[in-house]
Design a protein around this ligand. Structure first.
Ligand code: SAM
Ligand code: SF4
Ligand code: SF4
Length: 374
C-alpha cells in the first residue's frame, strides 16, 4: 500500500518582513493606495475562535478538537489594538468594525470597546464603532456593549428554519436564541441592525423569501451575501453561489417586488434596495457577481496583529513585531510603515476572479474568514 502525504501549510505563518521607511512623514489624514483608493475602514479580528461551525466558514472536519488556535500570548492585547487603531485613525480611518471568529467570545470585549470609543478621527469625531456577531451571546451582552460605546451590530442569521439553521451552524444552535439577541440589541439602541444571510445554493436558498417577508416589517436591514471563496476550508464551488440578481428575480417572482435605493457613500459594500411599498430596507452584497474592489477602502488587522489589505490575501504584515520590538518604535514609525504598505496596495482579487474562468487567481494559500473576519 502506498501512503499519501499531504503537506500542510499554516498560512498564518506567512508574512512579509517589515522595514521602517528611511524617511518618516507625519500622517495627514488621507492615504491613497496605488489605485487611488483611500483607507477609511479598519476591521479588527479579536479572536480566531468561534462557538459555531458554519459549513461555509469553519467546517467541523477541519476546525475539530485538534485544530491549533492561536495561543493567548500571540493575541494583540486591548492596549496594543487601541494603539494600532489610533494610528490608523491618523491616516483617515473613520469606521472600526470588530469581528472574528466570534468577537463576543473575547473576554471583556466591552473594555476594548470603551477604549476604542475614546479615540477620535482626524475630524475630531468618535469613530463609527460596530461589531459583527453570530448573535449567540448578544442577549446577554447587548446592554453592556452599548454602554461601552458600541454604535451598531450586524448579526449573522442564515435561516429562520431551525433544521436548516442548525445544519448550517453545525452546533445545534436555535434560531429563536439569535432572534432574542437581535431584540436585545435593538432594545439597547444598537440599531439599525443589519442581518447577514450567506446564501448557499441547495442549502438555504429556499429561505430567501421567508427571510425577506419576516424582516420586511422590522426596523432591521436584511442583507443577502453571495457565498464567497474565502480561505481554503470550505471547498467553494462557483455553482453554489446564488447571485444577487437571481435573488431579486426570485423575490419578484414570489410577489415581493423591490426598488433600488441610492448608495449612502462611495465604498458601501451592499447595494441598497427596499420593498416597492417603501417598507423594509434590504442589502445585496455581490462580492462574486459584481466585484466592488474599485471602491475597497478596508484594511484588516488579524487577531495576532498582522495587517492584510485584502480578504483574499495570502500574506500579512506583522505589525505586532513592531509593537513588541525592543526598539520601542514610536507611533510615527508604525504610521510610516502602514502608509508605505497602503500606498503600494494593488489588491483586486474579486475583480480578477470575475475576469477569469478559474478561481485560482492567487498562488499562495488564502487566509480563513474565521482568522481575519468578514
Ligand atoms: N462570527 C461572526 C459572525 O458570524 O457574524 C463574525 C465573523 S464572520 C467570519 C463575519 C461574516 O462573514 C458573517 O456574516 C458570515 O456569515 C460571513 N461569512 C463567513 N464565511 C463566508 C463565506 N464563505 N462567504 C460569504 N460570507 C461569509
Ligand atoms: Fe463562526 Fe461567524 Fe464563521 Fe459562523 S461565520 S463559523 S459564526 S466566525
Ligand atoms: Fe477589497 Fe480584496 Fe474584496 Fe476586492 S477582493 S473588495 S480588494 S477585500
Amino acid at each position: 500500500m502506498t501512503e499519501k502525504f499531504i503537506p500542510l501549510i499554516d498560512v498564518r505563518q506567512h508574512q512579509q518582513t517589515i522595514a521602517i521607511p528611511n524617511t518618516l512623514s507625519a500622517p495627514n489624514g488621507s492615504l491613497m493606495d496605488s489605485f487611488s483608493r483611500p483607507l477609511h475602514d479598519l476591521r479588527i479580528s479579536v479572536t480566531d475562535r468561534c462557538n459555531f461551525r458554519c459549513v461555509y466558514c469553519m467546517p467541523k472536519e477541519i476546525f475539530d478538537k485538534d485544530y491549533q488556535y492561536l495561543p493567548h500570548k500571540s493575541l494583540l492585547s486591548f492596549e496594543e489594538i487601541t494603539r494600532v487603531a489610533a494610528i490608523f485613525l491618523t491616516h483617515g480611518v473613520k469606521k472600526i468594525r470588530l469581528t472574528g471568529g466570534e468577537p463576543l467570545l473575547r473576554k471583556n470585549i466591552e473594555d476594548l470597546i470603551a477604549m476604542l470609543a475614546q479615540l477620535r478621527t482626524v475630524d475630531g469625531k468618535m469613530p463609527d464603532l460596530s461589531l459583527t456577531t453570530n448573535g449567540s451571546l448578544l442577549a446577554k451582552k447587548a446592554y453592556d456593549l452599548k454602554k461601552a460605546g458600541l454604535k451598531r451590530v450586524t448579526v449573522s442569521l442564515d435561516s429562520l428554519d431551525d433544521a436548516i439553521f442548525k445544519r448550517m451552524n453545525d452546533v445545534d444552535f436555535e434560531v429563536s436564541d439569535v432572534l432574542k439577541g437581535i431584540e436585545a440589541a435593538h432594545a439597547a439602541g444598537l440599531g439599525p441592525i443589519k442581518i447577514n444571510m450567506v446564501v448557499k445554493a441547495g442549502v438555504n436558498d429556499h429561505e430567501i423569501i421567508n427571510m425577506a417577508r419576516y424582516f420586511k416589517d422590522t426596523p432591521h436591514i436584511l442583507r443577502f451575501i453571495e457565498y464567497m471563496d474565502v480561505g481554503a476550508s470550505n471547498h467553494w464551488q462557483h455553482n453554489e453561489v446564488i447571485t444577487s440578481e437571481e435573488i431579486v428575480q426570485r423575490l419578484n417572482d414570489a410577489g415581493i417586488p423591490l426598488q433600488q435605493l441610492p448608495a449612502n457613500y462611495d465604498s458601501e459594500t451592499a447595494q441598497r434596495w427596499q420593498h416597492l411599498d417603501g417598507k423594509g430596507e434590504l442589502g445585496f452584497i455581490s462580492s462574486v457577481s459584481k466585484a466592488f474592489c474599485q471602491d475597497c477602502s478596508r484594511a484588516r488587522l488579524s487577531t495576532e496583529g498582522k495587517l492584510y489589505t485584502c480578504l483574499f490575501a495570502t500574506n500579512g504584515h506583522d505589525l505586532r513585531a513592531l509593537l513588541r520590538s525592543d526598539e520601542q518604535y514610536a507611533d510615527l514609525s508604525i504610521a510610516s510603515v502602514i502608509a508605505s504598505i497602503w500606498r503600494s496596495r494593488t489588491d483586486r482579487y474579486s475583480e480578477l476572479r470575475s475576469t477569469q474562468t478559474s478561481n485560482h487567481v492567487v498562488t499562495g494559500k488564502k487566509i480563513e474568514m474565521s482568522y481575519i473576519g468578514g
